[in-house]
Design a protein around this ligand. Structure first.
Ligand code: PRP
Length: 181
């Protein structure tokens, strides 16, 4: 069972639901009259993305990119690799990049440069979690679900060694789990 590896629940299903609805309402307001394109950065953001788009009432489109930076460890390697590119052109579009977590900023600073070079009308960042204490690159989010301390969080899309993504809440992983590797 995955549950037994969780030290404590940080954000319950209900807390996540409520916060996602608030962010969606803000996006509806900010993009009124526009048709934003939401780009989910796989894999971690797939659940947040799915809930967020269903709360947005504006017409919008979705696309997906896969980026790999962490390997299976607990810290960023600093290497960013695009493993799946977008299917659509973003030229002239209002882009909202949807992430599960903003940590060092390494992935997003790389991604923003890459997206800007394709001439979108605008690019904003929406992240469910932000760990500002870990930042090494100057990246700030336009929409943030929750600011968190430097804890090892899993669930609601976030993994450790590709597991725990299917937990419906966000929890703190017991150190014994990653200490044994
Ligand atoms: C996570 C997250 C971001 C990145 C943030 O992805 O989804 O893309 O790390 O870290 P950074 O700010 O230090 O760059 P991860 O590489 O764990 O892949 P995943 O989305 O497949 O879980």
């Amino acid at each position: 069972m995955l549950e037994q590896d969780i030290e404590r629940v940080l954000f319950t299903e209900q807390e996540l639901k409520d916060r996602v609805a608030e962010i969606a309402a803000q996006i509806d307001k900010d993009y009124a009259g526009k048709e934003p394109m939401l780009i989910s950065v796989l894999r971690g953001s797939f659940i947040f993305m799915a809930d967020l788009v269903r709360s947005i009432t504006l017409p919008c489109t979705v696309d997906f990119m896969a980026v790999s930076s962490y390997g299976s460890g607990t810290t960023s390697s600093g290497q960013v690799k695009i493993t799946k590119d977008l299917s659509e052109s973003i030229e002239g579009r209002d882009i909202i990049v949807v992430e599960d977590i903003l940590d060092s900023g390494n992935t997003l600073s790389y991604l923003f440069q890459l997206l800007q070079a394709r001439h979108p009308a605008s690019v904003r960042l929406c992240t469910l979690l932000d760990k500002p204490s870990r930042r090494t690159k100057a990246v700030t989010a336009d929409y943030t679900g929750f600011t968190v301390d430097d804890l090892f969080v899993v669930g609601y899309g976030l993994d450790y060694a590709e597991k725990y993504r299917n937990l419906p809440y966000i929890g703190i992983l017991k150190p014994a789990v990653y200490e044994k590797g």
